[in-house]
Design a protein around this ligand. Structure first.
Ligand code: PLP
Length: 426
């Protein structure tokens, strides 16, 4: 029963240092968020001790009557939040949720069609050395060369050419809404199942700020830890439970996983309770508003003059994709520069990127974590100006220590005004 600090001071120091890092910087990685204290509490609980292979009421272990309550609550709340007929809350992660979807919807060697990784798709949508590219015949549609948007006529052409068993809608780096109705009609035309991976925008869907893929998709997968703001994990939903429910359940367990992480499932239940509140809706609205404010600032003349643009010229969601192809900065340099100013983002390939994936010509900048921290339009306007100032100076070779110290001071004012996890000591 030794406390962590006594038993393992090295790991205790990691926890302390990471808390300090999160408190003292502006977190703008589009796929990250800050979970509420209640989620931390559920996740760091004795439920981690319990084996519960199977599903509520149908377990392969004794003593599951308590954890059954947690999983049933998570399922019912997830269904209510998304207006779904059916949910499976056991996937350990987004990637495992996606593995289960393909396991249920297709057979090894079948053709699948998703957004190209280079244009904003995810590894699990058919990347060559991922399970999805190794076990299935992965084909891709891309964004349009001029608009950089997913144009549905081009998706249709790809579907007619490839005749996939599964069409995948969803992305990791794309700043616009998807036309799910059009995806459905293409899937019907070629006899494919439609799988939507809403990992990035699930929080917006839950808040009614993004079209829902549920009415149109055979299966919807999501992570719980991005805009949705819950514990790191995955989830499956469908409104075609008669057709897919059994297959999906057995694809998750025993198809892909063994014992579910009951502590994480309890934390998912908490996150789904929060996702049903007005406070959550307000947070998602500030997330989208913050991204729009950031886009507006990055479209201003001083930024354009530095050769910096936005993919698709703006955003409908919680992130912007900065296009550095015509700027003196590459993605790595821009990421490092913002890091030195106290802002954490990730470099990201932009469509038709001439630079290698380790360098890239883009930045993906998201607002979910800062909205959770409490930021509204005033703070996002300041953040946007800090980012624009850093990038413009960097592109001109003028981001010296004096400029960066000034920007760090502005970041500090914001982080001090919005304390993260006040009172928490790990
Ligand atoms: N799906 C999409 C669209 C994602 O962006 C991600 C993560 O970045 C995943 C799935 C995978 O989630 P995880 O990292 O939990 O495996």
């Amino acid at each position: 029963n030794q406390p962590l600090a006594d038993l393992d001071p090295e790991i205790a120091a990691v926890l302390d240092d990471e808390l300090a890092r999160q408190r003292g910087t502006l977190e703008m990685i589009a796929s990250e968020n800050f979970v509420p204290r209640a989620v931390l509490q559920a996740q760091g609980s004795v439920l981690t001790n319990k084996y519960a292979e199977g599903y509520p009421g149908r377990r392969y272990y004794g003593g599951c009557e308590v954890v059954d309550v947690a999983e049933s609550l998570a399922i019912e709340r997830a269904k209510a939040v998304f207006g779904a007929e059916w949910a499976n809350v056991q996937p350990h992660s987004g990637a495992q949720a996606n593995a289960a979807v393909l396991h249920a919807l297709a057979d090894g060697g079948d053709t699948i069609l998703g957004l190209s990784l280079a244009h904003g798709g995810h590894l699990t949508h058919g990347m060559k050395i991922n399970f999805s590219g190794k076990n299935y015949h992965a084909t891709a549609y891309g964004v349009d060369e001029t608009t950089h948007r997913i144009e549905m006529e081009q998706v249709r052409e790809a579907a007619l050419r490839e005749r996939p068993r599964v069409i995948i809608a969803g992305w990791s780096a794309y700043p616009r809404h998807l036309d799910f109705e059009a995806f459905r009609s293409i899937a019907d035309e070629v006899g494919a199942a439609l799988w939507t991976d809403m990992a990035h925008f699930a929080g917006l869907v839950a808040a009614g700020l993004h079209p829902s893929p549920l009415p149109w998709s055979d299966v919807v997968s999501t992570t719980v830890h991005k805009t949705l703001g819950g514990p790191r994990s995955g989830m499956l939903l469908t409104n075609r439970a008669d057709q897919w429910g059994k297959k999906l359940n057995s694809a998750v367990f025993p198809g892909q996983q063994g014992g579910p992480l009951m502590h994480v499932i309890a934390a998912k239940a908490v996150a789904m309770k929060i996702a049903g509140t007005d406070e959550f809706k307000d947070r998602q609205a500030r997330t989208v508003e913050g991204a729009a404010i950031l886009a507006q600032r990055l479209l201003a003349d001083d930024v354009a003059a530095a050769g910096i643009k936005l993919v698709t010229g703006g955003t409908d969601v919680h992130l912007v994709l900065v296009d550095l192809r015509d700027s003196a900065l590459d993605g790595q340099q821009a990421e490092d520069l913002l890091h030195d100013a106290g802002i954490t983002v990730n470099r990201n390939a932009v469509p038709f990127d001439p630079r290698p994936p380790r360098v890239t010509s883009g930045l993906r900048i998201g607002t979910p974590a800062l909205a959770t921290r409490g930021f509204g339009p005033t703070e996002f306007t300041e953040v946007a100006d800090i980012i624009a100032t850093a990038l413009v100076a960097g592109a001109a070779g003028k981001a010296d220590e004096e400029l960066l110290a000034g920007l760090r001071g502005r970041v500090r004012t914001l982080t001090d005004a919005f304390p993260l996890y006040p009172g928490l000591a790990q």
